[in-house]
Design a protein around this ligand. Structure first.
Ligand code: NAD
Length: 483
């Protein structure tokens, strides 16, 4: 399948924090890809802004090195890399001070789209938003992009929203959750709302339960100190898993308009019932060797932060009452695998003899690795000798079905181009983030009040035993975590 590349309008994209890890690993390589496929207009420019004392040439060299490091094919594309680097400029700005802003203002061109990517600590969002306005750099049409984490509780998320809204309107603010840029996540919307097949089944009459798993095989090595102040609930559930839950559970929006989609997502979050403590399992991994456990990496021998969480969530609305959603995420698990499993109910009457091991119909939407969709169905076991049943899967791995392009576009590339196009559909709205924190806050406060210790689990396992029990006691089981 040949992919269509729709060029975007000319733009000046300013990356605050352009010398940082995220810019070097994701944002600039993503922009290079878009340039390489011809989506970037001739008059597009990327302006790096950071604290380091660099000139334009040194910044270009730095980005050139990053591309060689993080874009496998770049070493064979020297000419292309050089043409891309010509689009780059650099301004030294300490965003909390006054220096650098007039130079940045001077560099900005009239009549092109202005976008400001804040790849810096959220503590700097307010200062940047203020300075962009004070120095006349922000225009009524310019866009501001912010990274996660968007707050660590409801109060801090509200404060960040206030910082940004003091100078930018909601339609200018793009809060990134890179999960939403994943091809399969967007496909979830296409699958649900561009096919007539699923919608009649997509409710508690036909769906027994839904499982959402985001499993990581890596631990918190190298960022243990940061992670220890956050934990799986704040780092993954409140944002990524919540977004996946919303897209799975939401009502069909009337049109593909950013606010129509986001209105439906907010309704799902608002319909979430409080989660009972007995329906949550927290875990913390033990190392395989000495000094390789979570607490070693976190640098706190008494840490009570969870590196794993599993929970049963009920959505109190007409469509989903009686169909629980089980969420699970953790670090140092047996494989890196993210997926949504929609488990359908058993047929109301089974005329065939009982066959051990049959698990029933499931639609498995795989986010990583190997993005794709699988439908598990029951068939007759081939061969003579009576009618026995067996399971077979109808598989669609995107890379096989759609060709190499299916894998080529990283979530960041897609999202940055959406910013330039002015399409907020795949970005979180302020009220959406606040609603998700309003749901998560009491759960976290409960743990803190109880000074609860997470259950230990072995690195390389599927998480604590209690997480398996969370399902078993309801007569259900998790799908195995497998790469
Ligand atoms: P980093 O520490 O590697 O880079 C920070 C950048 O900000 C540097 O370019 C630095 O020069 C600049 N900076 C810091 N203080 C400044 C100031 N006062 N004025 C001007 N520039 C200043 O951080 P990072 O890992 O690139 O992360 C950036 C943001 O993205 C953070 O909010 C982080 O939470 C978020 N994020 C990062 C990742 C990741 O994979 N690195 C993933 C998701 C979200």
């Amino acid at each position: 399948m040949v992919s269509r590349v729709i060029p975007v309008d000319p733009f000046d994209l300013v990356i605050f924090g352009a010398t940082g890890d995220l810019a070097r690993r994701k944002i600039l390589p993503g922009l290079f890809h878009r340039f390489a496929v011809g989506q970037m207009p001739e008059h597009a420019r990327i302006l790096g802004a950071a604290r380091s004392d660099l000139d334009r040439a040194t910044f270009r060299d730095l980005v050139g090195e990053s591309l060689l490091e993080f874009v496998p094919q770049a070493s064979g594309q020297k000419g292309l890399v050089n043409r891309f680097l010509e689009k780059l400029d650099y301004v030294r700005v300490d965003v909390t001070g006054t220096k650098g802003w007039p130079e940045l203002a001077e560099l900005m061109r009239p009549d092109v789209i202005r976008a400001f990517y804040l790849s810096v600590s959220p503590t700097l969002f307010g200062a940047i938003a203020d300075n962009l306005n004070e120095h006349g750099i922000a225009t009524p049409d310019s866009r501001i992009v912010v990274e996660k984490p968007f707050g660590h509780d409801l109060a801090s998320a509200k404060a960040l929203n206030a910082d940004l809204l003091n100078g930018f309107a909601e339609h200018q603010i793009y809060r990134i959750d890179h999960y939403l840029g994943k091809e399969t996540v967007q496909n979830l919307m296409a699958l649900r709302f561009a096919n007539s097949l699923w919608e009649p089944l997509w409710n508690s009459t036909h769906v027994d339960h839904v499982q959402i798993t985001v499993a990581e095989s890596l631990g918190v090595e190298g960022r243990g100190g940061y992670y220890d102040r956050s934990g799986a609930m704040r780092d993954m559930v409140q944002n990524h898993l919540m977004q996946l839950l919303c897209l799975t559970a939401m009502e069909p929006p009337s049109r593909l308009h950013p606010n129509a989609v986001r209105d439906e997502k907010v309704k799902v979050i608002e319909a979430l019932e409080p989660v009972e403590p007995a329906d949550i399992v927290r875990g913390q991994y033990r190392g395989k060797g000495a000094a390789d456990g979570y607490r070693d990496h976190a640098g706190d021998p008494d840490s009570r932060t969870e590196s794993f969480v599993a929970m049963k969530v009920n959505i109190g609305n007409w469509r989903w009452a009686g169909t629980p959603f089980y969420l699970r995420t953790g670090k140092k698990l047996r494989a890196r695998a993210s997926e949504i499993v929609v488990m359908f109910r058993d047929p109301p009457h089974m005329m065939f003899p009982k066959t051990e091991g049959l698990r029933g119909n499931a639609l498995i939407i795989r986010l990583q690795p190997d993005e794709g969709i699988t439908l598990r169905t029951t068939i007759k076991e081939p061969g003579p000798g009576g009618l026995r049943l067996a399971e077979v899967t109808l598989d669609m791995t995107f890379a096989d079905a759609l060709g190499p392009h299916a894998e080529a576009q990283d979530a960041y590339e897609r999202l940055i181009m959406d910013v330039i196009r002015g399409d907020q559909t795949l970005f979180m709205r302020g009220d959406e983030v606040e609603a998700a924190w309003a749901w998560a806050d009491p759960i976290i406060a409960n743990w803190e009040d109880a000074r609860q210790h997470p259950a230990p689990y072995d690195a390389g396992s599927s998480g604590p035993e209690d997480a398996l029990m969370l399902m078993h006691r309801d007569g259900r089981r998790w799908r195995e975590i497998e790469a």
